[in-house]
Design a protein around this ligand. Structure first.
Ligand code: HEM
Length: 420
């Protein structure tokens, strides 16, 4: 059975660009009326109900994460794309982590977790704290800031590049590299020319990273690039150079398109609520709970893809074999069957971390500890150093970037007072 929506004032497709500014009425309708819904314009199945997404993300036999067709076009096998890589002596991207199923997924996940685990977390915490202070120093005396450009887009990239042990020339390329990967992955509307241009950016990034791989192959160091080269499975297997390039690309996207949204969404919630600012300033131990609720209410990763491996049924709706499915974590996170008063920020909510903002199942975000660390240190320092954080002007209409997977503010103008 294919469900239809019966409320005319709510858009019927995620292709309706107005939805990206405020997707929640659309999600609310879907969760209530059609937790699995065939989007009539995109031709995708939208999964919005918490239980429906749980079922899909916990069954990789029925539902695959391996991309097919135009979706996640980053792994293009178009002859022109392959020719581009061949001419440059570069490695065409391959599926790793988020775009693989077991047993390949287990292999990547184990090796990447080993590499991340080998890096010193104490050093990382110190570096994040130092970087947060330096970014705030740059605008604190002004009384206002554009938070996306001056902070949110910068912190995750600086931190990830530091973790990777790469220099400034890679940092400059890294943002373009991450943006080009999401552009390719969001490939529903990409032209052939854009496809080639974006792959050219991938090649430029690889060329720089290759130098660091050579360096750390010769002289091991305590950084993620070096640990990725050395991480070994019980059977002695390691990641190849080609695999490392694609893993780094996955980490860059994972870190750069998501954490900025999380940082901004927390600040937006704070900017609208002076009492909440004061409560968290008075008791910073509650910042962790606030972050979880902010992630649940305004999930930076609105959704990810899956594909049905067989004819199947979820929540009473048939899904044919091969059908693409767009999971909407952001909708599940406001499902009233799972969360009491789902639109309310509740710092005392039971099981406050049990939302799906970081996904669910085997693909649960490998960077969640890092992301939570970056957001926590940022909020602690912003609240300690700034008072009266507000949108500038108050009531400013925030515009969101229109992408299928992530929902980030385009800009976030703030005003504040410097605290003594
Ligand atoms: C607030 C920030 C973040 C959010 C909201 C977020 C969200 C997510 C979600 C929803 C998934 C599940 C994808 C799926 O099921 O298909 C995921 C997976 C992943 N994330 Fe994150 N993420 C964040 C930060 C990061 C960071 C900082 C990194 C890297 C340093 C990262 C790297 C990854 C990777 C590599 C995966 C795939 C894991 C796998 O397939 O095993 N993420 N993330």
């Amino acid at each position: 059975m294919t469900k239809t929506l019966n409320t005319p004032e709510v858009p019927v497709s995620l292709a309706d660009l107005a939805i990206y500014q405020n997707p929640y009425p659309f999600y609310e309708k879907l969760v209530a009326e059609a937790p699995i819904y065939r989007d009539p314009v995109l031709g995708l199945y939208l999964a919005t109900g918490f239980e429906a997404i749980k079922e899909i993300t916990e069954d990789h036999h029925r539902f695959s994460s391996v991309p097919e067709g135009h979706i996640m076009a980053i792994y293009s096998d178009h002859p022109d794309v392959l020719a581009l890589y061949k001419a440059a002596g570069a490695y065409p991207p391959i599926n790793t982590l988020v775009t693989t199923d077991p047993p390949e997924h287990r292999r990547y996940r184990t090796l990447v977790e080993k590499a991340i685990g080998a890096s010193s977390s104490k050093r990382l915490t110190g570096f994040v704290a130092k970087t947060v202070e330096a970014l705030i120093d740059a605008f604190v005396d002004e009384g206002h800031a554009e938070f996306v450009a001056e902070f949110a887009n910068r912190l995750p990239l600086i931190v990830l590049c530091n973790m990777l042990g790469v220099g400034p020339e890679f940092k400059e390329t890294a943002h373009a590299l991450a943006a080009s990967t999401t552009r390719l992955a969001d490939g529903t509307t990409i032209t052939h020319r854009q496809l080639l241009e974006n792959h050219q950016i991938q090649i430029s990034g690889q060329k720089i990273l290759e130098k660091y791989l050579d360096k750390y192959e010769a002289e091991p160091a305590d950084n993620l690039t070096s640990h990725l080269l050395r991480a070994t499975l019980d059977n002695g297997e390691r990641l190849s150079r080609r695999e490392i390039h694609s893993v780094v690309q996955a980490l860059l996207v994972g870190g750069n398109d998501t954490t900025p949204g999380a940082l901004c969404n927390c600040v937006i919630l704070l900017a609208g609520d002076p009492d909440l600012q004061q409560a968290l300033r008075d008791d910073p131990t509650r910042i962790g709970a606030f972050i979880e609720e902010a992630m649940r209410l305004e999930s930076p990763v609105q959704g990810m893809y899956r594909r049905a491996n067989q004819d199947t049924e979820v929540a009473g709706t048939s899904i044919p074999a091969g059908a693409p499915i767009l999971l909407r974590f952001a909708a599940a996170n406001r499902d009233p069957a799972r969360f009491e008063c789902p639109s309310k920020l509740d710092l005392n909510r039971k099981g406050i971390r049990n939302h799906m903002a970081f996904g669910n199942g085997i693909h649960y975000c490998v960077g969640n500890i890092l992301a939570r660390l970056e957001v926590r240190i940022t909020l602690e320092r912003l609240l300690a150093r700034l008072a009266d954080i507000a949108l500038d002007p108050v009531g400013h209409d925030i515009r969101y970037v229109q992408k299928l997977a992530v929902r980030n503010p385009e800009a976030l103008p703030l005003s504040f007072r410097k605290r003594a």
